[in-house]
Ligand binder design. Structure first.
Ligand SMILES: Cc1cc2nc3c(=O)[nH]c(=O)nc-3n(C[C@H](O)[C@H](O)[C@H](O)COP(=O)(O)OP(=O)(O)OC[C@H]3O[C@@H](n4cnc5c(N)ncnc54)[C@H](O)[C@@H]3O)c2cc1C
Length: 318
């Protein structure tokens, strides 16, 4: 797979990431946004946003986000849908890994928001990476011909379950509520021949052994006894309010509350890496605050990249 080079790679296409991209693109820096899904971030799911300065008060978060995204694209941002599963920030080039390819950047911006959650189902943490996954786009091909479970009812769960239908023999879709009857994507998923929908059902436990996941225990509402399903993979799509940092490992410093530590310029403890928006776990999580963070980081990045351009490395002599 090809490696794509850029001045700035921004992970996350919410208001923080799009604002940052707008400024870096206008500063003539080659900018790539890698966004897992434009429909699942905090602004994307906000029904109405009445307090973002300058836009009509009945605007939806989704519509505002589209305006922001389109504006950054208009100025040259390369917006791509891709879920980042790892980074390596140890060298001058910051490496960013996705199922769609590898990206390398002189400046890396972390803008994945705070819609994450700790692993909370019994067995989830034990089997993470050994059958439990949060990324079907990354891992679906490992489950060719196997039975898998998808847990969650949001848009991301539906889209990722659709990806799995192309590989798995059966996709067990477990939802604690019924999806909306007028949600065409959910209904389309339910109608796939290899999807078994477990509506109004709770996931009780993910089971396994040294080899990884071997099954799940469920409790359908109204049934007296639970059930066990022999699945090899469990894909969990539940949201919470924890900064999404699982793809970072220990490569930047975190606060006790899980937010990424930054200075006044949104610079993290790792040189060449910035963090903006809800990933910082700011006390006031607002779209305008996230956008402001993006602007600050972009200006700092412009200064950083330009100052490095003028530095001559000592092994070049002329
Ligand atoms: C229900 C709700 C209502 C709200 N109402 C308001 C309001 O009325 N006014 C207001 O100002 N604020 C409101 N907020 C807060 C506001 O939406 C957030 O503060 C703001 O969206 C944070 O922006 P962000 O860019 O940091 O993160 P987000 O908007 O969450 O965007 C993060 C992006 O990162 C992507 N991403 C995540 N992980 C990865 C990965 N591994 N790889 C690639 N991409 C990834 C996501 O798909 C998403 O697109 C509300 C929030 C919620 C949840």
């Amino acid at each position: 797979m090809e490696t794509i080079e850029a001045d700035v790679v921004i992970v996350g296409g919410g208001p923080a990431g799009c604002s940052c991209a707008l400024y870096t693109s206008r500063a003539e820096l080659k900018t790539v946004i890698l966004d897992k899904n434009p429909d699942v971030g905090a602004l994307a799911i906000t029904h109405q946003i009445a307090n973002y300065p300058g836009v009509p008060t009945d605007m939806s978060g989704e519509a505002l986000l589209k305006l922001m995204r389109d504006q950054s694209i208009q100025y040259g941002t390369d917006y791509r849908r891709a879920q980042v599963f790892g980074v390596d920030v140890s060298g001058d080039w910051k490496m960013v890994y996705t199922p769609e390819g590898t990206f390398k950047a002189r400046a890396l911006v972390l803008a994945t928001g705070a819609m994450g959650r700790p692993a909370s189902f019994k067995g989830e943490a034990d089997f993470l990476g050994r059958g439990v996954s949060y990324c079907a786009t990354c891992d679906a091909a490992f489950y060719k011909g196997s039975e898998v479970a998808v847990v969650g009812v949001n848009k991301e769960a539906v889209e990722e379950a659709q990806v799995l239908t192309k590989f798995a023999s059966t996709v067990h879709w477990i939802t604690s509520n019924d999806p909306k009857a007028d949600d065409a994507h959910s209904q389309d998923l339910i109608n796939q021949p290899n999807v078994k929908h477990w509506s109004r059902t709770r996931l009780l436990e993910i089971k396994g052994n040294e080899g990884g996941v071997t099954g799940v225990d469920l409790k359908p509402r109204g049934e007296e006894n639970g059930r066990s399903l022999p699945v090899e993979g469990v894909f969990v799509y539940m949201t919470g309010s924890k900064p999404i940092t699982d793809f970072l490992g220990e490569q930047v410093a975190f606060k006790e509350d899980g937010g990424v530590v930054v200075d006044d310029f949104m610079s993290t403890t790792s040189e060449g890496v910035w963090a903006i928006g809800d990933i910082r776990n700011t006390p006031f999580k607002q779209a305008v605050v996230a956008a402001s963070d993006g602007c600050i980081a972009a200006m700092a990045i412009d200064r950083y990249i330009n100052s490095r351009k003028s530095i001559r490395v000592d092994w070049v002599h002329s």
